[in-house]
Design a protein around this ligand. Structure first.
Ligand SMILES: CC(C)(COP(=O)(O)OP(=O)(O)OC[C@H]1O[C@@H](n2cnc3c(N)ncnc32)[C@H](O)[C@@H]1OP(=O)(O)O)[C@@H](O)C(=O)NCCC(=O)NCCS
Length: 148
């Protein structure tokens, strides 16, 4: 798969304006599985995946232009003014290391705006990826982890 053959789309949902989710729960589950991130996401609970999509307000997708197969996704929550949390960045294994993840994050950062800090938690196998593409490692970061 050549990245030039993919079509990238940016979906935002701002206060007062609602649009449907650009991705169905089935598609989301499928790309999570094809990327391997499915091992770390609740892919057996479609209703929960639906809530995650419905309440995201910035989603960037990469799709094959003809089949419209979802090849990559960046799913985020942002206020478009100060912060943007990218919860899931996933690229189909067949399309990895061809610039898709980097383009998804570039479009995500552009849509969140220059006033917003883009934050994310690296999966173990992606911990070298983020510094490689120029992101800063933040030391003072704390969490109360989800219980399930
Ligand atoms: C991590 C992931 C999103 C990266 O997307 P990608 O499209 O494969 O990466 P890109 O093509 O944008 O890579 C850009 C650069 O980073 C490098 N890179 C890619 N994956 C890397 C990794 N896991 N570790 C270190 N470097 C990596 C590429 O070789 C490329 O280097 P170059 O610019 O010097 O040629 C993708 O591999 C993926 O979905 N992995 C499985 C799910 C996952 O771990 N997601 C992250 C959750 S936090």
């Amino acid at each position: 798969m050549n990245r030039l053959e993919l079509s990238y789309e940016v979906f935002t949902r701002r206060a007062g304006a609602t649009t449907g989710s650009p991705v169905t729960p089935d598609e989301f589950r499928d790309v999570l599985r094809r990327s391997t991130l499915g091992e770390r996401r609740p892919v057996d609970d479609l209703e929960r995946l639906g809530r995650m999509l419905d309440n995201s307000n910035l989603i960037v997708t990469a799709r094959e232009p003809v089949r419209r197969l979802l090849i990559g996704i960046s799913r985020c929550v942002t206020d478009f003014g100060y912060c943007c949390y990218c919860s899931d960045l996933a690229v189909d294994e067949a399309a990895q290391r061809q610039g898709v993840g980097k383009e998804l994050l570039r479009l995500t950062q552009e849509a969140a705006g220059e006033e917003a800090t883009l934050l994310l938690v690296a999966a173990p196998n992606a911990k070298d990826y983020y510094p490689h593409i120029g992101m800063t490692h933040v030391q003072a970061c704390y969490a109360w982890n989800r219980r399930r």
